[in-house]
Design a protein around this ligand. Sequence first.
Ligand code: DGJ
Length: 544
Amino acid sequence: MNQRILILSMMICSPVLVAQAQDAGIPRLEKRGTATQLVVDGKPFLMLGAELHNSSSSSLDYMRPLWAQLAAIPLNTVLTPLSWELIEPQEGQFDFTLVDGLIQGARRNNLHLVFLWLASWKNGMSSYAPLWVKQNTRRFPRVIVKDGGPAEILTPLGRESMEADARAFAAVMRHIRNVDGEAHTVLMMQVENEVGVLGDSRDRSPAANQAFNGQVPQDLMAYLQQHREALIPEFRRVWESAGEKPSGTWEEVFGPGVETDKIFMAWNYARYIQGVAAAGKAEYPLPMYVNTWLAGPKATPGQYPSGGPLPEVMDVWRAAGAAIDIYSPDIYAANFPEWCDRYNRGGNPLFIPETRGGALAGANVFYALGAHEAIGFSPFGIDNAPGEAPPPLTETDPNNELGKSYRVLQSLAPIILQHEGKGEMAGFLLDQDHPRTVVELHGYRLEVRLDDIFGSVSKTGSGLIIALGPDEFLGAGSGFRVAFGRKDSGAAHVGIGAIEEGTFSEGGWVPGRRLNGDENDQGRYWRFSPGRINIEKAVVYQYE
Ligand code: DGJ
């Protein structure tokens, strides 16, 4: 055997190289300019998903008729719970029937999955922990709330709880790697669900009191000092107002009050969950995220889960470990753009695992993708709860507003992904309170307003625009119109050369009508009429 053949055969047979070859396509996050993309099998992937109700995926029979409907919406990804109580009903005895069945159901329908690891906490509470955990409060101690006593919430200061959760999660990830390490049906993992103390601003168990009265851990202090300039401004202000001390107790460093209780809880939840996530990643390093129950405008910590990854404590979570890749908002509130802005800062990519569905979702998804280059979007409760009206899950259902948007966005996905990270894309949401916005792309100034023709004004508008070339734009959405100008004042006027509607089929543009006359308000505006989601291309020119 000559030396080249010898080296080649060593390469082919080496278990390390075989594993690396298998791993090359593992879903991972990759920075690309200003964007972070989810890369699957070596290609960027735009997740157009939805989350099931909490109990649906606990029964494969219940799921059986749903898969085809979910695919027909059309979704490309289903977010589905996986609960600790069903995976490890007896300590050390694992049952992966559900994991396998859910993966098979998804694969048969060309869907991907994100698993939600509902384990120590779900909506603050610990109802998904196995009974052997719930019953043993000595080994798995609880949060104690003021005037309350033990809550049905595991304390994040419980070392044995963390280790037990991490062991189970590691077993799950090992199993997923074994059954899905090459097919990559499973794209990401959510670790726990909307964590934090409810009923009080902090845990008052003996372990928590002792930690609270002790020094702020060195790891957190070092992080604050090293990242001083890059800290989320809301968090930096709290530290600054208390004198920006380099060490001290929690109240010395952050000042007395419930906000400090929240920072303390954030640190303890974060340490625990970063530990669970790291144990899972050691087995199979899928991207991992945590989701957040957002604080209402007047709510105080404890009315919402105190310690969850809200923007103002995201730095605390980051200081506690690096196994969590994304901090995600569950946006049910009306101020959707504001929450997107607050979560898409400091290098945190936007991924929305839960939000309202229907027409609202159909509009908001354009903003999340266009304005924030979101990795993915996923309204909650897509399968409707048992006993409710059947879900609008068919392609032809006129109520399938989400599906109408997803169908268009799925056809645009390759172009969206190609233009991410380069400042070539904009997204917007318009309504009667926000009827106008201005975006700048490729040296042009685009004034986007609610559409208005012959006295009939759209009530809402949403869409995204991509700068395809120096004078060419691609838009999608409905209910808005665009006026073009140059970014630099005093420069040439801008006219509309041509507008064409069309569709994308297998990546290629299939032209439809040439839009002129009333359809572009006699050449003044690039229009997207209300009531339909259009894809249109516009070519502009400059004149003196
Ligand atoms: C947010 C939770 O994360 C979900 O699991 C579900 O309980 C919804 N709230 C219900 O609106």
